[in-house]
Design a protein around this ligand. Structure first.
Ligand code: PA5
Length: 441
């Protein structure tokens, strides 16, 4: 029994149970490869055992308390795996409109930047930050990534001007490598408090390290519960037996669908709180598998919103799509449709029904229509949205992604393709060491 419910009855029209079962030996093989850390990317499997250093966790909580007491805003600067996980957790578990009417000492607003190069966004942000108390958490494993590097330069200067260099230094928290990179050098030079990203955990697998845990703790999320959820998932998904391991079942079905030319997977959610979780998932699978001319293209749909836009294509467009539906069983709040005597909107047939019930009917109706329209569907049901579930589902997808990448015969832990644009950009901007021979002549 696992904490999540994963069902694939709606793919069996497209791939047979026999075909799924035939993957058992290969899954056992790659399970060993993952657990003995002997395959491609073997030095990046630190996340498998969900490590957490108690002293580091305590320090995260102390800093979170300080930031809560001295800041209205925590500015999180990072890109890719250095911000998507925290963003996913905070949107999933935080109070969506909590920033309205917040008072001193309440949970700070968490704002993300450094994942783009928009002057307008950053200028607007600087204007707002002038009026409030701010701390910064800058996150970069390499410590040399350009986009967050530039943002940190801008907002560090802002903080130093606002508070003076000494006080600014007490409001800057750096999450980076233990010894390497420009960010580490800067942190040592300026005396910033630093948190370490373990060597053996890559960016997109790092949300349950200080990368994600510090912003999550500042936003009031129970980080111990998130780790406990991930550890439970690690235990539940430690079996090599395909019939008992839902992460491996998900990986195998993806592979079988891919072999049948279903080359786009849509992660469809039914709650706006899962929007950024879907972005985290896109990075996890897109960057882990899209290489060597191979890979499923990961896409996102936010339902019911997108049933009124993408829904047409999903139902009726080119048949290369399959869907994984994320649903939530138990909502934290209940809203019920009330009676309206006049019934001018004609909605009295729904009186007494909760939004959650109606949402479930919308998902059942869309699922049936999409399967009838030729789209294989898998379903992941989360019991509720809390920190424990966040840790669990994050681990589920990470383990599935490791297996899925190996089944596809790629290294799920590197991202060589990301370098191509960087090299061009450095060359075009004239970064020392990157200027082309032609330009030097
Ligand atoms: O998954 C990855 O490794 C990447 O997406 C990185 O997280 C991203 O490129 C940011 O890198 P860094 O943390 O070194 O700034």
């Amino acid at each position: 029994m696992t904490y999540l419910n994963f069902s694939f009855e709606h793919v069996l029209r497209f791939v047979s149970q026999k075909a799924i079962n035939s993957y058992e030996p290969l899954v056992r093989h790659y399970h060993d490869v993952i657990h003995t850390r002997s395959g491609p990317g073997k030095n990046f499997l630190g996340w498998v055992d969900v490590p957490a250093d108690d002293a580091e966790l305590s320090r995260i909580k102390v800093v979170a308390e300080k930031v809560k007491n001295d800041s209205d805003v925590l500015l999180v600067i990072g890109v890719g795996g250095s911000y998507l996980g925290a963003h996913a957790a905070i949107e999933m578990l935080g109070d969506t409109f909590g920033y309205l009417g917040r008072k001193k000492g309440d949970i700070p607003e968490i704002i993300f930047t450094g994942h783009h190069l928009s002057a307008t966004y950053n200028k607007e942000l600087l204007r707002v930050l002038k009026e409030v108390d701010v701390s910064i958490n800058v996150i970069s494993k390499s410590g040399t990534t350009t986009e967050p590097g530039i943002a940190f330069r801008i907002f560090r200067a802002f903080l130093e001007e606002k508070y003076g260099e000494e006080e600014a230094a007490k409001r800057i928290y750096v999450t980076t490598d233990k010894s390497e990179g420009a960010l580490k050098t800067l942190a040592v030079e300026k005396g910033y408090e630093t948190f370490v990203i373990p060597d053996d955990i890559g960016g997109r697998y790092s949300v349950l390290t200080p990368v994600g845990l510090l912003p999550m703790a500042v936003s009031g999320i129970d980080i111990d519960a998130a780790i406990a959820g991930a550890r439970q998932a690690a235990e539940d998904l430690a079996t090599p037996a395909l019939e008992d391991n839902i992460a491996y079942q998900y990986a195998v079905i993806r592979q079988l669908l891919y072999e049948k030319n279903y080359t786009t997977e849509i992660l469809s959610n039914y709650d706006p709180k899962l929007r950024y979780f879907s972005d985290w998932w896109v990075q996890l699978f897109g960057e882990s598998e899209g290489k060597d001319g191979k890979g499923i293209f990961p896409a996102v749909a936010n339902f019911p919103t997108d049933l009124h836009s993408l829904g047409q294509y999903i139902q009726d467009g080119r048949r290369q799509l399959f869907q994984t539906i994320l649903r939530v069983d138990e909502e934290a709040e209940t809203v019920v449709v009330e009676n309206d005597e006049a019934n001018l909107d004609g909605l009295n047939y729904l009186v007494g029904k909760s939004l959650n019930e109606i949402n479930r009917v919308a998902s059942d109706a869309a699922l049936k229509a999409h399967v009838d329209g030729g789209v294989p569907n898998m379903v992941v049901d989360l019991p509720r949205l809390d920190a424990y579930t966040f840790g669990y589902i994050v681990y589920f997808f990470k383990k599935a992604c490791a297996m899925s990448g190996y089944l596809l015969e790629v290294n799920p832990f590197d991202q060589p393709g990301v370098e191509a644009y960087k090299t061009n950009m450095f060359e075009m901007l004239g970064k020392p060491g990157y200027v082309s021979e032609e330009k030097l002549r």
